[in-house]
Design a protein around this ligand. Sequence first.
Ligand code: AMP
Ligand code: MG
Length: 271
Amino acid sequence: MSFSDLLRVAPGTRPDLAAIDPRGTPGFDGDKAAAQARVEELCAELADFQEKLWAEAGQSLLVVLQALDGGGKDGLIRKVVTAFNPQGTRVTAFGVPTEEELRHDFLWRVHAATPGKGRIGVFNRSHYEDVLVVRVKELVPASVWKDRFQRINDFEAHLAANATRIVKLYLHISREEQRDRFVKRLENPTKRWKWSSGDLETRERWADYQAAYTDALERCSTDSAPWFVIPADHKWYRDLAAAEILAETARAMDPKWPEPEEDLSGVVIPD
Ligand code: AMP
Ligand code: MG
């Protein structure tokens, strides 16, 4: 079975996050070194894919990354997303909306960051924060965030209808692993900069976030924009599973080298 099939949230089903072991390694029985070697192969494949995607300039790839604080989004970007040529790839991090962003609808800033044809877009957090943190912190009335699931599905279907392939990865970590990573953030001077006082607040609301994620995964995993739940306590498995899913997506997108615009047979390069 492919990694995509193993880890996809089947549209219309409600995932039981408590039953998905964050330390699990579905689809892989090798060790860390074997996983890293495989990631290297996959990254080479992804780099080739991107060049073809760029040359073809007919379709786009959008990768949405969501996780709790400490979930490993930044690490995944560093280890796997860097396979893509920066010319042609844009990573957008979505933080607390600015005043101007708040004056617009919640998809405004997101739509502006979607990839054009031939491009890859990666969202480090996304419009899903508008049904996650916004819900948990009660930043808008329930009627407003509840309505957003359908808005999001409509938006993503619209992108898909416009040649954008959407892959949404939820990095699933355990409470214990989050604790270990936070402790490292506090103790290690090279990681301390990552610490934010908000990290503790989200940890306190652990159960509420699990519930909010479960709803988002259930309501918004669709055929045209599926969600994948990646067990992420092992960073090496997280990277492997994400790279496998991206490579499977790349093969399905199957970009083609374009035909030259003119007949090149008579072209002579002068000495
Ligand atoms: P980080 O990704 O750790 O740099 O943190 C970004 C912060 O922005 C997180 O605490 C998010 O919850 C927060 N954030 C992102 N999008 C929204 C949003 N739409 N509304 C409120 N907070 C958000
Ligand atoms: Mg943070």
